[in-house]
Write a protein that binds this ligand. Structure first.
Ligand code: CP
Ligand code: NVA
Length: 303
């Protein structure tokens, strides 16, 4: 079976039914209900990175190995793209060699251009605006911990309204997950993202008080305050996010679990105490990147 999309640039490139199918396939691969060892035999992934990565790089690379395929790391200094070759030329050449491209880029428009010129599927491994592979892993993690996503499980997003949060908002709408969003003024989810969520099944509840956001939450989800590429805005952002830290004081009186896409900046968006507590689902979440992406790849490549 394959998906009705050429590329996976954001989570709503999948329909609700396709998303459920990818998550089911991911779970089957994770728990050994299906042998994954040759599903992508002789297939190669090109992994193009403009930004650093631990989880995305390793989970895709080991994921391709587990599926019987191979991955090639293409870092910013390794290929001609970083030395003046236009993106459209890189895309046309690379896609003549590999079967799928995974890219981590700054501008979302750049990954759209990459996809437009690619003769093979392009998968978004994070842009400034979206991180749909993270959303796949997040939804798999919530489903494993709490059961069906549309059965009343509630997540509170406390923090920045950019890539990870934005794809999660759309993923929640597609799956019927009950989501509350709490971001500082001026750092909310994009209007286009909220509109897409609304059209797909429901925009999140937006509140401006972190305590109110987490009061009834099964899961509290946060992300760094200073994202890759925003290092020169550090002072401004730390000031704006004061009061939005996920700590025991905020979670007191709740049984809420913690999700975080990682890497975490302890002492900023989350405390060491919460991260090291039984609340944390973050290691399952990190592991699930591998299984969720393998589910996606086999569906996307029709294996
Ligand atoms: N969550 C995530 O994408 O982590 P990396 O930046 O380490 O890939
Ligand atoms: N918002 C973070 C996510 C890292 C996975 C960033 O863009 O740096």
């Amino acid at each position: 079976m394959s998906l009705d999309t050429d590329h996976f640039l954001d989570i709503d490139d999948l329909s609700a039914a396709e998303l459920e199918r990818v998550l089911d396939r991911a779970a089957a691969l994770k728990w050994g209900e299906e042998d994954e060892s040759d599903l992508l035999a002789d297939r190669t992934m090109g992994m193009l990175f403009e930004k650093p990565s631990t989880r995305t790089r390793i989970s895709f690379e080991t994921g391709m190995t587990r599926l019987g395929g191979h991955a090639v790391f293409l870092g910013p200094d390794d290929i001609q793209l970083g030395h003046g070759e236009p993106l459209k030329d890189t895309s046309r050449a690379v896609s003549r060699y590999v079967d799928v491209v995974m890219a981590r880029m700054f501008e979302h428009g750049d990954i759209e251009e990459l996809a437009a010129y690619s003769s093979v599927p392009v998968v978004n491994g994070l842009t400034d605006d979206a991180h749909p592979c993270q959303t796949l892993a997040d939804l798999l993690t919530v489903r494993e911990a709490f059961g069906p996503l549309d059965d009343g499980v509630s997540v509170a997003w406390v923090g920045d309204g950019n890539n990870v949060g934005q794809s999660f908002v759309v993923g929640a709408a597609l799956t019927g997950l009950d989501l509350t969003v709490c971001t500082p003024p001026g750092y909310g989810m994009g209007d286009d993202v909220l509109d897409r969520a609304e059209a797909l099944g429901g925009a999140p509840t937006v509140v401006d008080d972190p305590e109110r956001a987490v009061a009834d939450a099964d899961v509290v989800y946060t992300d760094v305050w200073v994202s890759m590429g925003q290092e020169d805005r550090r002072e401004e952002k730390l000031a704006a996010f004061e009061g939005y830290q996920v700590n025991e004081e905020l979670l007191a009186g709740t049984d809420a679990k913690l999700m975080h896409c990682l890497p975490a900046h302890r002492g900023e968006e989350v405390t060491d105490e919460v991260l090291e507590s039984d609340r944390a689902l973050v290691w399952d979440q990190a592991e699930n990147r591998l299984h969720a992406q393998n589910g996606l790849l086999v569906e996307l490549l029709g294996s």
